[in-house]
Design a protein around this ligand. Sequence first.
Ligand SMILES: NC(=O)c1ccc[n+]([C@@H]2O[C@H](COP(=O)([O-])OP(=O)(O)OC[C@H]3O[C@@H](n4cnc5c(N)ncnc54)[C@H](OP(=O)(O)O)[C@@H]3O)[C@@H](O)[C@H]2O)c1
Length: 274
Amino acid sequence: MPVLNDGTTLPDIGFGTYPLKGEECTTAVLSALDAGYRLIDSAVNYRNEEAVGRAVASSSIPRDDIIVATKIPGRDHGFDSTLASFDRSSEALGLETIDLYLIHWPNPKIDKYVDTWRAMVRLQEEGRVTSVGVSNFTPEYLTRVADATGVMPAVNQVELHPFFPQVELRAFHDEHGIVTEAWSPLGKAAPVKESESVASAAAAHGVTAAQVILRWHQQINSLPIPKSGDPERQRENFDLVGFTLTDDEVAAITALGRPDGRLFGGDPRTHEEM
Ligand SMILES: NC(=O)c1ccc[n+]([C@@H]2O[C@H](COP(=O)([O-])OP(=O)(O)OC[C@H]3O[C@@H](n4cnc5c(N)ncnc54)[C@H](OP(=O)(O)O)[C@@H]3O)[C@@H](O)[C@H]2O)c1
């Protein structure tokens, strides 16, 4: 179980919700909770905070056993606008406390992520947010917010899958006690799952390619948040106990990484999230 720098723990796997919305999202989150997921990843820009909140409210799982994450969009960066954005997310989710609150993208051109981070630290001090983190941050941006506030982000959620294994960034995270969360952990695309090293590990352990990739994440200290709208695939992705990849298998999957392996979202140094 990943332990955050604020002392709280996260599960080994979370549930991604993009692009689920409305009733479809509520139904998917409810079945994910039934399957055992306890970390649910949302964002203002996914337009599904209400739908996630409805699932949390109607689930038989106690509220305190569920970790709800959401993210501040680029247009809300800035100290006061972050506080206002928090109020809107809290209301949309129907939750007084947000368990894990992330800056969605650094948006370096507008250069307000430090003020945004100061507001998040304030919200954490006030007990309105349990854990604070970021997404799509480089070591430079992580260092800058930590130097400005004395608080290092507990989590950095980044694109990470076998074609883009983020070896250097993960080493930086491990050195600074930051938990690596992986978005698009399956690389969305079929080619990742069809890679020879993934397929051979799946055959050797009698599991699916998706299970191999998600187990690889856990063994390299990465917390994957796979999305599936299908209850059967949700259960498949959650069921990772009972097998361990060998060091050689882990290394062979990491070796699938390539310089052009980034699949989505652009470069955090130039990408501006709205
Ligand atoms: N912070 C960021 O900037 C950022 C960016 C992108 C995503 N995210 C978060 O990360 C989450 C996951 O990323 P993602 O949705 O892009 O990619 P992903 O989880 O790697 O892949 C999702 C795709 O794989 C399919 N799938 C899931 N499990 C499968 C299985 N066992 N076998 C075959 N296909 C399977 C899903 O289809 P079905 O639904 O039909 O099963 C869906 O099309 C998002 O939902 C979101 O919460 C964050």
